[in-house]
Design a protein around this ligand. Structure first.
Ligand code: NAD
Ligand code: UDP
Length: 318
């Protein structure tokens, strides 16, 4: 249906989650009309409650594994639990959310001729043999392991996006997101940055899995959201997949020590078994994002951690 408003109508699935809530907030500042769709599996109304006074923000409780009929100009498809604890809680539902969810959102985009962006992941590279990871690398994923519901679900979603492009000429954008952190991460979702900060603030043991020599590259949420918007604004010819992440790489042990120092915590580091199929290293090559989106990261790990520590201090009881 024709959009008679000067505002773009934008659907954000998973809009009540960590990244989705930041995206909704940012899009509202850009004077857009936002429809936030979420089934509140891992997201919460608390993440978006501050936006609800704005008449241009609307919330719909809906599970994207079921069809959705709305009229919008752009779709950001973020709905999917992202932390290993949450996505392994109901692995069949995780695959359904990625695959059926993608089919439903692509079907919607096709019917209304909307532009659609998929929140894909560095997990499509699995335990990578190429380092840093470039978009042309096909990955090393165990198709039957405990992470497969997420990794293979996201890989299949990418396949669907590109087949809808080839078959139906859809305007698609695929972002491969590397570990991102910031305010509104769920304090109990088990991801490393939130775990370490919460543990440190409570002077509880810091749980390093394995020997802590595995690496990750941590992107601050504001940088990532900037990348999403730039990607959505690219010309029809540019589809991605494009890596979005911070190329500064740290071992998990380095992160633990940094968090302890920055929180003045008396926590001790303890070592626990490494979960199955835990990737040994991960760092994005962001040359493509620099070239095509004129995007790079601005926030260093220490600066981002400072803000994230302040956030968790405000929400947890010591
Ligand atoms: P999150 O768990 O905080 O948010 C996901 C949101 O999706 C939640 O609000 C949840 O309730 C909702 N949701 C889940 N299943 C749904 C369904 N079937 N229907 C409707 N809503 C549903 O996670 P996040 O960190 O904000 O991640 C958002 C997206 O970005 C996910 O697709 C994730 O795979 C991707 N991603 C995130 C990271 C990261 O580091 N945060 C890294 C790579 C990819
Ligand atoms: N990790 C850890 N302690 C924790 C939580 C996670 O050592 O309390 C490790 C985990 O094994 C992995 C890394 O930190 O090697 C990042 O984990 P996260 O779940 O945040 O993301 P992902 O593994 O999906 O990159």
């Amino acid at each position: 249906m024709q959009n008679y408003s000067i505002r773009k109508r934008i659907l954000v699935t998973g809009g009540a989650g960590f990244l989705g809530s930041h995206l909704c907030e940012r899009l509202l500042k850009e004077v857009q009309d936002i429809l936030c769709v979420d089934n509140f599996f891992t997201g919460t109304k608390d993440n978006i409650i501050h936006l609800t006074d704005n008449n241009h923000f609307e919330i719909l409780r809906h599970d994207i594994t079921f069809p959705l009929y709305v009229e919008v100009d752009e779709i950001y498809n973020l709905a999917c639990p992202a932390s290993p604890i949450h996505y392994q809680h109901d692995p069949v539902q995780t695959t359904k959310t990625s695959v059926h969810g993608a089919i439903n959102m692509l079907g919607l985009a096709k019917r209304i001729n909307a532009k659609i962006m998929q929140a894909s992941t560095s997990e499509v590279y699995g335990d990578p043999h190429i380092h840093p990871q470039i978009e042309s690398y096909w990955g090393n994923v165990n198709p039957i392991g405990s992470r497969a519901c997420y990794d293979e679900g996201k890989r299949c979603a990418e396949t669907l996006f590109f087949d809808y492009r080839r078959q139906h000429n859809l305007n698609i954008k695929v972002a491969r997101i590397f570990n991102t952190y910031g305010s509104r991460m769920h304090p109990n979702d088990g991801r490393v940055v939130s775990n370490f900060i919460v543990q440190a603030l409570q002077n509880q043991p810091i749980t390093v899995y394995g020997d802590g020599s595995q690496t990750r590259s941590f992107c601050y949420v504001d940088d990532l959201i900037d990348g999403f918007i730039r990607l959505m604004d690219t010309a029809n010819e540019f589809t991605g997949p494009v890596n979005l992440g911070n190329p500064d790489e740290f071992t998990i042990l380095e992160l633990a020590k940094k968090v302890i120092a920055m929180t003045n915590s008396s926590s001790q580091i303890i070592f626990k078994p490494l979960p199955g199929d835990d990737p040994k290293q991960r760092r994005p090559d962001i040359s493509l994002a620099k070239q095509e989106l004129n995007w790079t990261v601005k926030v260093k790990l220490e600066q981002g951690l400072e803000k994230t520590i302040a956030y968790f201090s405000s929400i947890i009881k010591k």
